[in-house]
Design a protein. Structure first.
Length: 355
């Protein structure tokens, strides 16, 4: 009977928030003119700042007094580096420096300094970007302007934000027009966004001003809130960066955890639908990847239902925000275990594994 009720509940819930495991958060590639020690040290520091921005969601992390001395001691956070020769046509420097940083050392640094940690599982952002350049008007898509699309992807990857743009195929063009995005018509944009299953939506309006600079206006919808800001730059890349930087500021406030802010909290996370050892391993890895988790053990196993006893350090609401943003687990409201009904044990949160 419980299984039937659970199936009905799952059918009624709309899955609208998805998270993506961002790869390469602790790696950087920095252009470098030569292989002198002084040039390398500068490149290591620049790469370190890029990684810290991705790890914390704070674009101004380099200005943090607690971090500035550590930037100068960057070598203690480097696992390895390698010079790569730039052979691409139009490359501005002869070499690039690939750097792999020590994730554990950086995590310890942020923990010791009481700075936020943004988990690797991050919500995907759908970007509706209307661009006006003289008489040319278009909504950015994978096929509309490859150079601009690639640059937006590069900026988002550098900041550690998974993004997609609409396909602008016959389905999209039947629901939305350039003028809808340009005017920020919420009803039309959200309707067209439905097929992409993303509840984090960024609206951008970019245009080249008479001065030659690019101006941008941005609106973000997500987490039951709306925020707007503007930006500008000498080129379209700088204008698009203002949008991505604004997004990571909003998202990190909601999803990043500050270890040590609160005492340790014990949580019981009950997950149904764990049918195989592979599914168990996937769930365990997902829970372990969340910032603030200091210990996990299995409390009980009843068929396909597993109770995980999780100890976190930090704000529990931010931990659950991060868990709920993923496409691994679906929270089930209103379910109570036998132990909780009898007033025993810790409060429990129920999830179902999404296959």
């Amino acid at each position: 009977m419980k299984r039937i009720a659970l199936s009905i509940l799952l059918f009624m819930v709309s899955l609208t928030t998805y998270a993506v495991e961002v790869k390469g958060l602790y790696e950087a590639i920095v252009p470098i003119a030569g292989q002198e020690v002084e040039e390398r040290d500068v490149a290591l520091q620049l790469g370190f700042v890029d990684v810290l921005v991705r790890a914390t969601g704070d674009v101004f992390i380099a200005d943090e007094p607690l971090i500035q001395p550590e930037i100068k001691k960057v070598n203690k956070y480097v696992s390895r580096f390698q010079y790569q020769q730039n052979t691409a046509e139009g490359a501005l420097t002869k070499y690039s420096l690939y750097i792999k940083f020590d994730k554990g050392a950086i995590a310890n640094l942020l923990r010791e300094k009481g700075l936020p940690v943004w988990p690797v599982n991050r919500p995907e952002v759908l970007i509706w970007l209307a661009i006006e350049d003289g008489g040319n008007r278009f909504i950015l898509s994978p096929d509309s302007d490859l150079e601009t699309r690639d640059e937006l992807t590069r900026i988002a990857r550098k900041r550690g934000v998974p993004v997609i743009t609409p396909l602008m195929d016959i389905n999209d063009m039947g629901q939305i027009r350039f003028s809808d995005v340009w005017a920020g018509f919420k009803e039309e944009i959200l309707k067209a966004s439905g097929r992409y299953d993303d509840s984090h939506v960024l609206i951008g309006r970019l245009f080249r001003a008479a001065s030659g600079n690019w101006d941008a206006k941005w609106t973000f919808w997500g987490m039951n809130s709306e925020e707007s800001w503007s930006g500008s730059g000498q080129n379209i890349s700088a204008a698009m960066t203002s949008g991505i930087d604004g997004v990571i500021g909003v998202l990190s406030r909601y999803y990043a955890l500050v270890p040590g802010n609160d005492s340790k909290t014990d949580l019981n996370i009950i997950i149904d639908g764990v049918q195989t050892t592979a599914a168990y391993a996937r769930v365990l890895k997902y829970l372990e990847s969340q910032a603030g988790v200091v210990a996990i053990k299995v409390g009980s196993v009843k068929g396909a239902r597993i109770t995980f006893q999780v100890v976190i350090e930090g704000q529990t609401d931010l931990f659950f925000n991060a868990i709920d943003s993923g496409n691994y687990l679906l929270k089930v409201q209103g379910m109570v275990s036998e132990e909780e009904q009898e007033g025993e044990g810790q409060p429990e949160t129920f999830y179902v594994l999404i296959e």
